[in-house]
Write a protein that binds this ligand. Sequence first.
Ligand SMILES: Cc1ncc(COP(=O)(O)O)c(C=O)c1O
Length: 385
Amino acid sequence: MMLSTQKHLFSLKDTIHYLNCAYKSPLLKTSEDELLKAVQKERNPINFTPNDFFEDTEIVRQLFGTLVNCNAKQVAVIPSTSYGLASVLNNISYTTGQQVITVENEFPSDYYSIKRWCDTHNAELKIIKPNAELKHIGENWNTKLINAINHKTAIVNISSVHWMTGLKFDLEAIGKKCKSVNAKFIVDGTQSVGALPIDIKKYNIDALICASYKWLMGPYAMGLMYISSEFNNGIPLEESWMNRTNARNFKQLTNYTTNYGEGAMRYNVGQTSNFISMPILKSGLEQITRWTPKAIQNYCEDLIVPLRNYLQNLGLVFEHSKYFSNHIVGFTLPSTINIDLLIKQLEAHRVYLSVRSTSLRVSVNVFNTTKDIEKLITVIELTKK
Ligand SMILES: Cc1ncc(COP(=O)(O)O)c(C=O)c1O
């Protein structure tokens, strides 16, 4: 399927150029409608039936399961990536001499979570760095990471694409190596799931944890997590009545039970139903399922190629396609660009993206058009020394 621009499904004005979905997704019009309905429903509590506490959660688990190729039963609703990481890491035991592997400049919620696991168990944390002297770091970085995984590795925790540069990790090869040495493969999918196809089975992922407010077009403070069935008997962070087998029977809740619902249910955050936010997550996932991550990625590629060509002419080097994602592209500007002027001009032309020192992170999605990219190129041209 070929997608054309989907800007009409959002409320972004033509006068702004929002190249920052990696920061936060704009709200879909359908999500806004659902949100308004949800707010209106709050007017009167008698509108809420016991079924309402569970129904949308089940649909959302199903939609996410389809997106990442897992059984919906293995999906849990979480409030943040850090919550999902803690839920999983608390259930990974340690054997003397084991190590954890991650990469340099990994997202802080991941780093702090695995750091705590390492500190608790006195385990070594191995941080794999890219070779900064190479023009293309992707191949070498992935190889170094894969070679570092051995029988002492308890956990490999990385993001599916690097959150600062969009560099793609070879999840299939890393997952295969993890499996061969029995290491747990924990992937933070926040910066790609929704915009890039992923398959937990093909990649041998043990836990896939995603905040939803970027590429899943969900609300802030809601995320989703796949965990393998190995965690199904684990201890969740909290004990919510909602996750027990008798939860749907409101008249019998104090017939306490020791049984949790099936699969990953025990890891659902308390008050899972989140009546205001859940409709946003649901309609975001429904829309992404209709578009498909593959078509979204192709659309992003068509947008990014002209920018990439332009920047290559300025002397920049980009990763080969295997390690390059089209929805997030981070790059360091050449010294011929006046960065202070650039920041001012971006603001003046209402081009929104992430700037960090002399690096820019451009992220695109189906609400962007070639006009947004052309505007960015115009602004860069204006700021040449
Ligand atoms: C890779 C990655 N993971 C996670 C998050 C969000 O983390 P949390 O849900 O813990 O706030 C972000 C936000 O930018 C991110 O880029």
